[in-house]
Design a protein around this ligand. Structure first.
Ligand SMILES: Cc1cc2nc3c(=O)[nH]c(=O)nc-3n(C[C@H](O)[C@H](O)[C@H](O)COP(=O)(O)OP(=O)(O)OC[C@H]3O[C@@H](n4cnc5c(N)ncnc54)[C@H](O)[C@@H]3O)c2cc1C
Length: 481
């Protein structure tokens, strides 16, 4: 840790907060956190664990987007979709099943039950670590203070973690009924007959997948050339092929020119003249930082297009202010928020910290099939290493477990010639679970030979990773050389 990031000791700091007091403490806390989502609450939990006094300010519900409007409810929705697909497809496996229908009230009760159990657990954690939890909308009023409803909370350090909101396209207004965002989509009490999804990124593809499983006629409109455009092109193409098989429609490389209400729904017109009609439109074109009007600029915090700028230790240009999560221009993922929050807490407690290698963060799109990756895409690897790059693609057709599941896809490895694996890209049902091993391979800079020497359990999908490394090490087993 550099000298510009001095930790502060415990001597003389207040530790006399009661649990969940809502009155303003008289002496400064070690850390005042604005926003109780993944980034903010992770910092709060870790800082408290390390003995720092913490005030956590949240205007809505601790857990933020991920728990209440993002990761968790969408994955519950996708799981209901998976059950629907299994019911529909039972005969392929010799089991006589049929899908009688989707009961959206039942789906929502299941989804909300998952969220509320986790929410309770998180509230319990916050309480048990003696974090001062303040309900209300906060505003940064100085480099060391946040005000909430007329009270001011002083901190030796302030962490900004106010997260992000759903962006829209200029001229496209969300009305919450026909034209909705992901939060409103999660609250639907019916299955629409048809939907147009603007945006073929992670969120758009996940909703497309879940809704298709529920029987919705889905069309995705994506302005770039591919679905999940941040992934390796090979993964995008495999997902597109799978979506075509599932009859999920998509229009790539075309921009929206207008969205208009019709008698029965909405009409989306593209700049190339094409038109699409559906019952609803989901706008999933990305998320922007929540920072407007919160006093950040007035306190001297450097910003860029609403994002708070930080160094590799999540420290802003103001020495007493840090920022984490979707508010800063790093990967907008819950586990990135957790990692950044922990980093800040440990830095402030005086522990040695190392910057996060963002390329080493696993990324998963939980559609059917899933897309998972870690490290560089082939394009990025070639930018970095020139021609000194080797790739290998192992088709899941050779993997027993994937055949049993009737899933198609591949594991693609990218390595620096004669060097370590620098990228792993996977497509197929359940491959999100395999990315944990891929992350170890990437982050420990493993050579293909080293991974090839590890015996993978049979029959699992993880064998596909083992087989891909065997092949890349020049000794393919269940693959043609
Ligand atoms: C539909 C969807 C699906 C997603 N799926 C995944 C996934 O599967 N995996 C994954 O890793 N990520 C996923 N994400 C992204 C993930 O949710 C975010 O990256 C993560 O929540 C960011 O955490 P954060 O703490 O920065 O912000 P947030 O979680 O948005 O938390 C910010 C908190 O600050 C509070 N706040 C804001 N302003 C104030 C104020 N003035 N005063 C007090 N409180 C305030 C808000 O109420 C909020 O609770 C998904 C997102 C969406 C929308």
């Amino acid at each position: 840790m550099g000298a510009d990031h001095p930790p502060f000791g415990r001597a003389g700091h207040s530790t006399d907060f009661e649990e969940h007091v809502v009155s303003a403490p008289t002496s400064p806390a070690d850390l005042v956190i604005l926003g109780g989502g993944s980034g903010g609450y992770a910092a709060a939990l870790r800082a408290a664990e390390l003995g720092l006094s913490v005030v956590l300010i949240e205007k809505d519900k601790v857990g933020g987007t991920c728990l209440h409007r993002g990761c968790i409810p969408t994955k519950a929705l996708l799981h209901s979709g998976e059950i629907a697909d299994q019911a529909r497809e039972g005969e392929q496996f010799g089991v006589k099943t049929s899908l009688a229908g989707i009961d959206m009230d039942g789906v929502n009760a299941y989804k909300d039950g998952v969220v509320s159990r986790l929410y309770k657990g998180l509230q319990g954690l916050i309480k048990s670590r003696k974090i001062t939890y303040v309900e209300g909308e906060g505003r940064l009023v100085s480099p060391t203070a946040v005000s909430v409803g007329g009270r001011t909370y002083e901190g030796r350090h302030v962490l900004l973690a106010t997260g992000s909101y759903s962006r829209s396209i200029p001229g496209v207004e969300l009305d919450g009924v026909r034209v909705i965002d992901s939060e409103q989509a999660l609250g639907l009490d019916r299955v629409p007959t048809s939907a147009i999804i603007l945006g073929g990124g992670v969120i758009g593809c996940e909703f497309a997948s879940a809704w298709k499983s529920f029987g919705v006629d889905v069309t995705i409109i994506e302005g770039l050339k591919h679905l999940v455009p941040l992934e390796d092109e090979s993964s995008s193409k495999l997902l597109e092929r799978a979506f075509r098989r599932r009859k999920i429609n998509f229009e790539l490389g075309n921009l929206v020119s207008s969205v208009q209400h019709t008698e029965n729904g909405v009409k989306v017109s593209l700049q190339n003249g094409k038109e699409f009609e559906a019952e609803i439109v989901l706008v999933a074109v990305g998320r922007g930082p929540v920072s407007q009007g919160l006093g950040y600029e007035e306190a001297g915090v450097a910003m860029d297009r609403g994002y708070v700028l930080v160094d590799e230790y999540c420290q802003t240009n103001v020495p007493t202010v840090s920022a984490v999560g979707d508010l800063i221009p790093t990967l907008q993922l819950a586990h990135v928020g957790f990692g950044e929050g922990i980093l800040v807490a440990e830095r402030l407690a005086g522990l040695p910290v190392v910057p996060i290698d963002y390329a080493g963060v696993p990324r998963v799109t939980y559609s059917e099939p899933e897309v998972a990756s870690v490290g560089l895409t082939e394009v990025q690897a070639r930018e970095q290493y020139g021609d000194d790059v080797e790739t290998l693609t192992y088709d899941l057709g050779g993997n027993g477990r994937s055949q049993i599941l009737k899933t198609q896809g591949a594991v693609k490895l990218i390595r620096q010639k004669d060097g370590p694996v620098v990228g792993v890209h996977m497509v197929g049902s359940r491959v999100g679970e395999l990315v944990a091993e891929a992350q170890l391979i990437f982050n420990w800079e493993a050579l293909p030979d080293e991974v090839a020497a590890l015996i993978h359990p049979h029959p699992t999908q993880s064998e596909a990773l083992g087989e891909a490394h065997l092949a890349l090490a020049g000794k393919p087993l269940h693959a043609h050389s």
